[in-house]
Write a protein that binds this ligand. Structure first.
Ligand code: G1P
Ligand code: ZN
Length: 543
C-alpha cells in the first residue's frame, strides 16, 4: 500500500460545533477541505490502528464523494476495517447502532441533519465515539486545535470503492465492508418493540402515513414499517433519498412537513402520521387533526414505557434539554425517578445514558431517544408510538387528552427568528443577561417574574460545567420563557424563544396554543426587545 503524505494548509472555519462541522457544499468542495478535517479527526484520536470505523451519511449531495475520500484516508491512517452503508447510506441513529453492535472504534457520519441539501445546500461531517454517541467537547476541541495547525494529510492512491453492492473489498490493508444500512437497526428495533402487536394493528385496518421527506429514513421505513410490520405499500411517502431532498427542508415540524400535515388534517386522514429529518434522528408524530408537541411526546412515552417490551422493567430516569417543557418532569415525579435538565444538544445525554441514570431523553426540537443507541432516533420514536397505539387501542388525541387530565397540560411553542444580524443577536442576549438580577419581583407585560437566570449545568457524572446555556425567566404560576441563540445555523444568527405555560385545569386544555401563550409572547418581546433589536415583526418559524 502506497501511502502518500500530501502537504496542506489549515483551512479557515473548521470549528466543529455541537454537531460536528457543518458548512455549505461549496466550502466542503474546496480542494483538501474534507481531507483536512478528516486528518484532524484522526490526529486527535489514539489507538485506532487495526480498529473498525463506521462511515455513512444521509444521502445528500457530496455524500459519496466524501465517503471515497474517507475510505482512502482510513486506509492510509491504519484503520483495519471500515463498515460503510450501501450507497453511502446510514441514518444517524443507525450509525450509532452499528458502531455499538460491531464494537467499532468510532464513526464518521456525513450529514447536515435537517439543513437543506444539494449543490447550494449544506454538508456536514461529525465524529462519533465508540459508545455510538457524538464526540465529547474534549475531542471536538482537540480536532479544532489540530485543524488550525495541520500541514499534511495521509491518503493512498486507489480507485473508488463500489458502494452499490453489499460485500467486502480490500483497499490496501483496509477491509471495506459495504453493508445493508437497515439490517442491524431493524434487528435492534425488533428487540425493543412488539412487532406482532403492531402487525396486528395494521392488519386491523389502521392507517398511517410516514413522510421520509426525501431523506435517509425512506429505506428504513419501507423495510420496517411496510416490510416487517405489514403496513400497506404507500404508507411511507417521499421514501427515496434524493441528493437535494427534493429541494425541500427535511425538518419534521408542522411548517416543513406540510404535505403530511395537509393529509392529516384533510378529509379521511390517516389514524397516525409521522415524519423524520434529513439524517433520521428527529421525529414528529401527529394524530388525525391533532399535533403532538415533542415535549408532550417524551412525557407520554415515559408514562407508558412499561407497555413496551424493551422498557417493561421500568425506566431509570428521564433527561430533557432545558428549553424542553416540564411535562416529562411530572411523569418522572409520578414514577418516582429522576428527571435531569441538560443544556441543548444530544451530547449532554451521553453520560447520563452511559451511567444508567436516564433511560429516555428528549428535546423540544423533535428529538426523542433512549439508551438503545447514543443519538436521538426518529424511527424509534415512531415505532414506540405504534406499539403504544397497538396496546392501548385509543386514538393519538385520546391518549394525549388522558395524559393531560392526569398530569395537567404544558402549553408550549418555540418562536425562531432566522438569519438575523449577528451583532443584533449578541446585543439582545447581552441586554437580557444584563437585566437578570433586577427582574425577580417585577412585572413584565402584566406577568409577575419569579426567577431569572442564565442556565448553567454541572454534569452529574463527570462534574464538567457548561455555563451560559440560555436565559430562563420564570413567572409566578409556573410559566416560563427561555431565550438562546442557535448553535447549528450556517447564516447569521438564529434567536430561539421558548414559551411554556402550565395549565392544571382540564376545562382549559382545549385552547389554541398561540392564544394560550399570548401573554408570554408579549412578555418575551418586552424582556428582550425583539422587535426593535432585530427589526422583525414576527418569528420566521413557529413550532
Ligand atoms: C438545534 C436544536 C437542538 C438540537 C440541535 C441538533 O440546535 O434546537 O435541540 O440538539 O439542533 O439537532 P440549535 O440550533 O438550537 O443550537
Ligand atoms: Zn438530524
Amino acid at each position: 500500500m502506497n501511502v502518500i503524505t500530501v502537504p496542506t494548509r489549515p483551512v479557515e472555519g473548521q470549528r466543529p460545533g455541537t454537531s460536528g462541522l457543518r458548512k455549505k457544499v461549496a466550502v466542503f468542495s474546496q480542494p483538501g477541505y474534507v481531507e483536512n478535517f478528516v486528518q484532524s479527526v484522526f490526529d486527535s484520536l489514539e489507538g485506532y490502528a487495526g480498529e473498525t470505523l463506521v462511515v455513512g451519511g444521509d444521502g445528500r449531495y457530496f455524500n459519496t464523494q466524501a465517503i471515497q475520500v474517507i475510505l482512502r484516508m482510513a486506509a492510509a491512517n491504519g484503520f483495519g476495517r471500515v463498515i460503510v452503508g450501501q450507497d453511502g447510506i446510514l441514518s444517524t441513529p443507525a450509525a450509532s447502532c452499528v458502531i455499538r453492535k460491531h464494537g467499532a472504534f468510532g464513526g464518521l457520519i456525513l450529514s447536515a441533519s435537517h439543513n437543506p441539501g444539494g449543490p447550494d445546500g449544506d454538508f456536514g461531517i461529525k465524529y462519533n465515539i465508540g459508545n455510538g454517541g457524538p464526540a465529547p467537547e474534549k475531542i471536538t476541541e482537540a480536532i479544532y486545535a489540530r485543524s488550525r495547525e495541520i500541514n499534511a494529510y495521509r491518503t493512498i492512491e486507489a480507485p473508488d470503492v463500489d458502494l452499490s453492492r453489499p460485500g467486502t473489498t480490500e483497499l490496501g490493508s483496509l477491509r471495506v465492508a459495504v453493508v445493508d444500512p437497515v439490517a442491524d437497526y431493524a434487528e435492534l428495533m425488533q428487540q425493543l418493540f412488539d412487532f406482532d402487536a403492531i402487525r396486528a394493528l395494521f392488519a386491523s385496518g389502521f392507517r398511517m402515513r410516514f413522510d421520509a421527506m426525501h431523506a435517509v429514513t425512506g429505506p428504513y421505513a419501507k423495510q420496517i414499517i411496510e416490510g416487517m410490520l405489514g403496513a400497506p405499500a404507500g404508507t411511507a411517502i417521499n421514501a427515496v433519498p434524493l441528493p437535494d431532498f427534493g429541494q425541500g427542508h427535511p425538518d419534521p415540524n408542522p411548517v416543513y412537513a406540510k404535505e403530511l400535515m395537509d393529509e392529516m388534517y384533510g378529509p379521511q386522514g390517516p389514524d397516525f402520521g409521522a415524519a423524520s429529518d434529513g439524517d433520521g434522528d428527529r421525529n414528529m408524530v401527529v394524530g388525525r387533526r391533532f399535533v403532538v408537541t415533542p415535549s408532550d411526546s417524551l412525557a407520554v412515552l415515559a408514562a407508558n414505557a412499561e407497555l413496551v417490551p424493551g422498557y417493561s422493567r421500568g425506566i431509570s430516569g428521564i433527561a430533557r434539554s432545558m428549553p424542553t417543557s416540564r411535562a416529562a418532569d411530572r411523569v418522572a415525579e409520578a414514577l418516582g425517578v429522576a428527571c435531569y435538565e441538560t443544556p441543548t444538544g444530544w451530547k449532554f445525554f451521553g453520560n447520563l445514558l452511559d451511567a444508567g441514570k436516564a433511560t429516555l431523553c428528549g428535546e423540544e426540537s423533535y428529538g426523542t431517544g433512549s439508551d438503545h443507541v447514543r443519538e436521538k432516533d426518529g424511527l424509534w420514536a415512531v415505532l414506540f408510538w405504534l406499539n403504544l397505539l397497538a396496546v392501548r387501542k385509543e386514538s393519538v388525541e385520546d391518549i394525549l387528552r388522558g395524559h393531560w387530565r392526569r398530569f395537567g397540560r404544558h402549553y408550549y411553542s418555540r418562536h425562531d427568528y432566522d438569519g438575523i444580524d449577528t451583532q443584533s443577536a449578541d446585543g439582545l442576549m447581552a441586554h437580557l443577561r444584563g437585566s437578570l438580577a433586577g427582574l425577580p419581583g417585577t412585572r413584565v407585560a402584566g406577568l409577575a417574574v419569579d426567577s431569572a437566570d442564565d442556565f448553567s449545568y454541572t454534569d452529574p457524572v463527570d462534574g464538567s460545567v457548561s455555563s451560559r446555556q440560555g436565559v430562563r425567566i420564570g413567572f409566578v404560576g409556573g410559566s416560563r420563557v427561555v431565550f438562546r441563540l442557535s448553535g447549528t445555523g450556517t447564516e447569521g444568527a438564529t434567536l430561539r424563544v421558548y414559551l411554556e405555560r402550565y395549565e392544571p385545569d382540564p376545562d382549559r386544555h382545549g385552547l389554541d396554543p398561540q392564544a394560550a401563550l399570548a401573554d408570554l409572547i408579549a412578555a418575551a418581546d418586552a424582556l428582550a426587545e425583539i422587535k426593535s433589536r432585530t427589526g422583525r415583526q414576527a418569528p420566521d418559524v413557529i413550532t
